[in-house]
Design a protein around this ligand. Structure first.
Ligand SMILES: CC(C)(COP(=O)(O)OP(=O)(O)OC[C@H]1O[C@@H](n2cnc3c(N)ncnc32)[C@H](O)[C@@H]1OP(=O)(O)O)[C@@H](O)C(=O)NCCC(=O)NCCS
Length: 159
């Protein structure tokens, strides 16, 4: 395997390559989501348009094989990395690439924005991953917070 380089996005077309891999992965995961290359590219562009400097990509030569992205939110106790996404192509998983992506993002966000915290949604597969990994790293579930999701076209009728 070549040396994997982590850097900011080189070319917007690289997002389409990663989008196809991401859609394929999540559509076959325990979450049973129904992503397409188009909807995933929109998700990636949502992050890229807001904070291109907070998007880092892992490249094998010029082939994009992993990505991390986040937005930055000012909160009462400082700057928070919010709503992040991380993904590594299946063929390259378990090689330490996600660790390098997180480390690069965190070091940059600390140096540039004095960021203090990362907050994100996560999930667990049948073996408890990746939630188990985040807990090992020191992330905590905030029991007082509830993530809510609702169909606003229905809810509006009750308001
Ligand atoms: C989560 C993900 C980004 C990890 O990427 P990766 O490059 O394989 O991770 P790393 O090789 O850096 O490993 C990080 C840790 O996770 C563990 N790990 C990685 N894949 C694992 C798996 N499938 N099952 C159990 N543990 C796993 C590693 O052993 C390592 O643990 P350690 O530091 O305690 O030794 C990758 O599995 C992925 O893209 N999954 C699909 C998308 C996803 O779930 N994103 C996170 C949403 S919150």
């Amino acid at each position: 395997m070549n040396e994997i380089i982590i850097t900011n996005l080189k070319n917007e077309k690289d997002l389409e390559v990663l989008a196809e891999l991401y859609a394929n992965y999540y559509n076959n995961s325990v979450l049973e989501e129904k992503w397409t290359k188009e909807t995933t590219t929109k998700l990636f562009m949502y992050f890229y348009n807001q904070a291109p400097d907070l998007m880092f990509v892992a490249y094998d030569n010029d082939k994009p094989i992993g990505i991390i992205m986040s937005v930055l939110k000012p909160w009462w106790d400082g700057m928070h990395l919010e709503d992040g996404e991380v993904f590594v192509s299946k063929d390259y998983q378990m090689g330490g690439i996600a660790k390098r992506l997180f480390k690069t993002l965190f070091q940059y966000a600390i140096d540039k924005y004095d960021a203090t915290t990362l907050e994100a949604h996560t999930y667990e597969d049948e073996k408890g991953f990746p939630y188990s990994w985040y807990k090992r790293l020191g992330f905590e579930t905030i029991d007082d917070w509830k993530i809510i999701s609702g169909n606003i076209k229905e809810i509006i009728k009750k308001l």
